[in-house]
Design a protein around this ligand. Structure first.
Ligand SMILES: *Cc1c(COP(=O)(O)O)cnc(C)c1O
Length: 387
């Protein structure tokens, strides 16, 4: 193996040195329960509030609007189920979402549908975008919530969140966005962008797995998802995951610093990667290029099976992911790629490479060099490849 290139940052990231250093004192020295009265407990409490402040600054929110959760999935579940429960009391049982959300949103909506809610799934176009106009047309008097992801985890397309938020504000409908992939990669300001609720996750931005947050705009009341003790101002029970919360605070401060420079740097590498990959015969780029996460490249190769491709890349030291799903026990390829209108075979032959600021130009060179012969080798074995 010539080189190790981790290009699956949309799946998870490495905990950074700064995050780890910020966290460790809270595992063995300041391990006190934040609800306790003695000094190591008070210290924990103070630190959680500092982390809350950092998250709020990164989003343009106030600290009282930030609630820590166990991750992005919980934040999505809480926003959607909590809003649904509150709104149902007012007779509102209609939810608008899209057909390319993360499963934390889609499966939550499917569950609510079984409980009597009506869900409208807005279709994305063939480049992977939704318009504010589609949202406007779908809103009804009984619409309880609009939930649309900020940026897609597979194809990296960034939605017109500010415009969608404006449409929702005008119609007085609550607007939630799953911004797990957007935080740290796109400039976010919840006030400016008319966002009522926003989910984020630590492990996508160099904090540990198992921590996240939900921003809930002041004035919005959600039914609790987790009942118990009085933590998180009585809204989310459970002894706080202090070390991880501290890590999240550090990570979000770090990743929102100098974001413009980072976007420029990473998107230049991404563009070079895409440009060169597109020289391979019979390849397509999934998702539009204009509004796209700076680190996302998603390609489909005719007559190539995604998981075989991942294995060969892994043998060459490259970690990526695919919309193909054979090992996950399902024969259906990614719902996101199908939502784009790709035929099953094309969706099965997809490859997502997600790079970030830790990726080097040499890493990109290595991928560009490694990919074509790997594709050629797989095609040579494929009964679908017509030479
Ligand atoms: C990773 C991810 C989630 C889930 O976050 P977890 O912290 O892993 O629960 C939700 N939505 C999107 C878009 C994601 O990429």
């Amino acid at each position: 193996m010539e080189r190790f290139v981790y290009a699956d940052n949309a799946a998870t990231t490495k905990v950074s040195d700064r995050v780890l250093a910020a966290m460790t004192p809270f595992l063995q020295q300041n391990y006190g329960n934040p609800s306790s009265i003695y000094s190591i407990g008070r210290e924990s409490k103070k630190t959680i509030e500092e982390a809350r402040e950092k998250v709020s600054v990164a989003l343009g929110a106030s600290p009282a609007e930030i609630y820590f959760t166990s991750g992005g999935s919980e934040a999505d579940n809480w926003a959607i189920k909590g809003a649904a429960a509150t709104q149902a009391k007012k007779g509102k049982k209609h939810i608008i979402t899209t057909n390319f959300e993360h499963h934390a949103v889609l499966h939550t909506c499917e569950k609510l549908a079984r409980d009597g809610f009506e869900i409208t799934y807005l279709p994305i176009n063939d480049e992977g975008y939704i318009t504010a106009e589609q949202v406007r047309e779908a809103i009804r008097p009984d619409t309880a919530l609009v939930t649309i992801m900020y940026a897609n985890n597979e194809i990296g397309t960034i939605q017109p969140i500010k415009e969608i938020g404006k449409v929702c504000r005008e119609a007085k409908v609550w607007f939630h966005t799953d911004a797990v992939q957007a935080v740290g990669h796109v400039e976010i300001n919840v006030q400016d962008q008319n966002i009522d609720m926003l989910s984020l996750s630590g492990h996508k931005i160099h904090a540990p797995k198992g921590v996240g947050a939900l921003y809930i705009k002041k004035g919005i009341v959600l039914q609790n998802l987790i009942d118990g003790g009085g933590q998180e101002r009585g809204k989310r029970a459970g002894t706080e995951n202090i070390a991880s919360i501290v890590g999240l605070g550090q990570a979000i401060s770090d990743c929102t610093q100098d974001i413009e420079t980072k976007i420029k740097h990473v998107s230049a590498m991404r563009d070079r990667l895409i440009e060169n990959a597109l020289k391979i015969p019979q390849v397509r780029l999934n998702g539009g290029l204009q509004n796209r996460l700076c680190g996302n490249a998603n390609l489909s190769f005719t007559a190539v099976e995604g998981e075989a491709l991942l294995l060969l890349l892994d043998m060459n030291g490259i970690c990526g992911s695919s919309g193909s799903a054979c090992t996950s026990g399902s024969l259906d390829p990614s719902h996101v790629l199908l939502a784009l209108g790709l035929p099953h075979e094309t969706a099965h032959g997809s490859l997502r490479l997600s790079i970030n600021e830790e990726t080097s130009d040499e890493d990109i060179d290595y991928i560009i060099k490694t990919l074509p012969p790997v594709i050629e080798r797989l095609r040579a074995m494929s009964p679908l490849w017509d030479k």
